[in-house]
Design a protein around this ligand. Structure first.
Ligand code: SAM
Length: 235
């Protein structure tokens, strides 16, 4: 399933080229730090353990990889993938003491990675930015080992009408906060538009099943502001 906005030439790359330098700071501003709790929740759902291999796709500045290693062993081998060199450079800077990270510059739709390699595949606030949801999901399935698990943290559809109203009003401020913190409004207009156009919780569940994942389910966090989808590669 192709995503219209994300297929506009250079748009998504341009967005992250403009924000990578202050990406972490802006995340804290926009979410009042709550993105850290959501990410922690994602890692806890994985039940991480020392000998399990992880690939984190659309890794950005490496938050998920860092949390995974902090919860297992700093010397574990993990793979972090992102097409944006600026984001990867920031990640390397931030995780300088984490020596066994394989950083790969690539899009999620075509991973330069052998099949059946990983126990866990995570994608946090990344799926929405990919050009093609089916290609991304089928690549996720391909690189997972049989018995491996897919977990996606992403903005979703809010389940409560009052919260939806408040969130909509607050959202209008986000490009202005972007202007104040990063000096740019446009990337945050893209953020809002991409969230609005992204598939619902149930639609994503359906896409996962169509791409062979089994035992698929999701959990809403913060009343559906975000959700965590989970699926398994059984064989
Ligand atoms: C909102 S950031 C999320 C970063 C990180 N996972 C986090 O949770 O903080 C989205 C990331 O998706 C990356 N991205 C954009 N298009 C992509 C694609 N086609 N495949 C994989 N990653 C992509 C961007 O470069 C960016 O680093």
């Amino acid at each position: 399933m192709q995503q219209y906005l994300q297929n506009k030439k250079g748009l998504v790359q341009g967005v992250f080229d403009q924000v990578f330098d202050k990406y972490d700071l802006m995340n804290d501003f926009m979410s009042f730090g709550v993105h850290r709790l959501w990410k922690k929740n994602l890692i806890n759902s994985l039940n991480p353990s020392k000998n399990k291999t992880l690939i984190d796709v659309a890794c950005g500045t490496g938050d998920i990889g860092k949390l995974y290693l902090d919860n297992t062993d700093i010397n574990n081998n993990i793979t972090c993938v992102d097409p944006n060199k600026g984001m990867i450079a920031k990640g390397k800077e931030k995780l300088i003491n984490y020596k066994n990270i394989n950083w790969i510059i690539s899009e999620a739709e075509r991973l330069p990675i052998k099949s059946n390699l990983f126990d866990f595949y995570t994608i946090s606030f990344g799926l929405r930015n990919t050009k093609d949801l089916n290609k991304t999901l089928s690549e996720a399935y391909r690189v997972l080992k049989p018995g491996g698990r897919f977990l996606c943290l992403e903005f979703s559809k809010i389940q409560n009408e009052n919260l939806k109203f408040v969130y909509k009003q607050y959202s209008k401020l986000i490009p202005l906060i972007g202007k104040f913190v990063v000096g740019k409004k446009k990337p945050y207009e893209y953020l809002l538009e991409s969230i609005e156009k992204f598939v619902s919780q149930d639609e994503l569940l359906d896409l996962m099943s169509k791409n062979k994942f089994q035992k698929c389910n999701y959990r809403n966090l913060s009343n559906g502001i975000v959700s965590i989808h989970s699926g398994w590669k059984i064989k």
